[in-house]
Ligand binder design. Structure first.
Ligand code: ATP
Length: 296
């Protein structure tokens, strides 16, 4: 089968799935144009276009922008691209009417869906701590603040005996956090496994302990200012679960639509570095890549 000269793709995945990271890698290796609905909307809002002003009303209320407005925006952007330009759509379509409208006016070759288990996403997001004034982000497994969090006295402590309390592990050196979307990547795991000296402090074990750890320790301090770190409302487990459920309910019909059209390619995994080679291999069967960048 001869390969495509132009690839028109969509990327889907729940918040925290590493969609930003995988998108960046795809557009780099396949020389595609990245069209993010959120970025396009923000640019319209900054430029105070009529579409931007209208969209802002919805976004400020935490609502979705109406399908018609979104479809106009995206189809207009796609229409302006040169015919030989490959593209990757991110954040659109999010509803069935959007998917149907796109299908009618633009051919789509493949839909990449990142299927990261919700349990993994929740664990990942709930471990995040933010220094609100600067926006610096830490993670209680992957990017611990230098100053150890302060121990909080809990009921559990009162009942604790010498064998049911745990000493916190020392901070891991040189851990990397994927700053694109705060997704921990394999690099962090590999690196830390090479550098650790005490086997009990493996990232795997820490991950398992992370919930107990948040319960036992305070919010920690920012490395630079020494100020308190907070857990953002968005990063709280209840909020994350709600967002994931909303995402699932909304996108289910969209995924079904693309599955029925034989366009859906699902990739399951925990980390971006685990998923990435598979995505690259799959897309390479559709269009010749310019290169393969290895990560981790
Ligand atoms: P994520 O959690 O995946 O980062 P988000 O919703 O927080 O997504 P963006 O994708 O950047 O962030 O979108 C920002 C806002 O723009 C959305 O919350 C929504 O109000 C609006 N929006 C973006 N894409 C669409 C779309 N396809 N349909 C309707 N509204 C959209």
């Amino acid at each position: 089968m001869s390969k495509l000269k132009v690839l028109r793709a969509i990327i889907m995945g729940p918040p925290g799935s590493g969609k930003g990271t995988i998108s960046t890698r795809i557009i780099k290796d396949f020389k595609m144009r990245h069209l993010s609905s959120g970025d396009l909307l923000r640019s319209h809002i900054v430029n105070e276009t009529s579409l931007g002003l209208k969209a802002k009303e919805y976004i400020d209320k935490g609502k979705f922008v109406p399908d018609e407005t979104m479809t106009d925006l995206i189809l207009n952007e796609l229409g302006q691209l040169p015919k030989d330009q490959s593209w990757l759509l991110d954040g659109f379509p999010r509803t069935l009417p959007q998917a149907e409208a796109l299908y009618k006016s633009q051919p789509v070759d493949v839909v990449v869906d990142l299927n990261v288990p919700f349990k993994v996403i929740i664990e990942r997001i709930e471990g995040r701590w933010t220094h609100a004034p600067s926006g610096r982000i830490y993670h209680n497994i992957f990017h611990r603040p230098k100053i150890e969090p302060v121990k909080i006295k809990t009921e559990k402590d009162d009942q604790a005996t010498s064998n049911d309390t745990e000493t916190p592990p020392p901070p891991l050196p040189n851990l990397e956090l994927d700053t694109e979307n705060d997704t921990p990547v394999n690099a962090a795991i590999i690196k830390s496994e090479q550098s650790r000296e005490v086997p009990d402090h493996s990232p795997e074990k820490r991950r398992k302990k992370s919930s107990a750890f948040s319960e036992l320790f305070g919010e920690g301090k920012d490395d630079i200012t020494g100020e308190d770190l907070i857990q953002r409302e968005d990063d709280k487990p209840e909020t994350v679960k709600k967002r994931l459920e909303e995402y699932q309910n909304l996108t289910k019909p969209v995924l079904e639509f693309y599955r029925n059209h034989g366009l859906l390619a699902q990739f399951t995994g925990k980390y971006s570095n685990e998923i990435w080679p598979e995505v690259h291999k799959y897309l390479s069967t559709k269009m010749e890549p310019q290169q393969y960048t290895h990560y981790g």
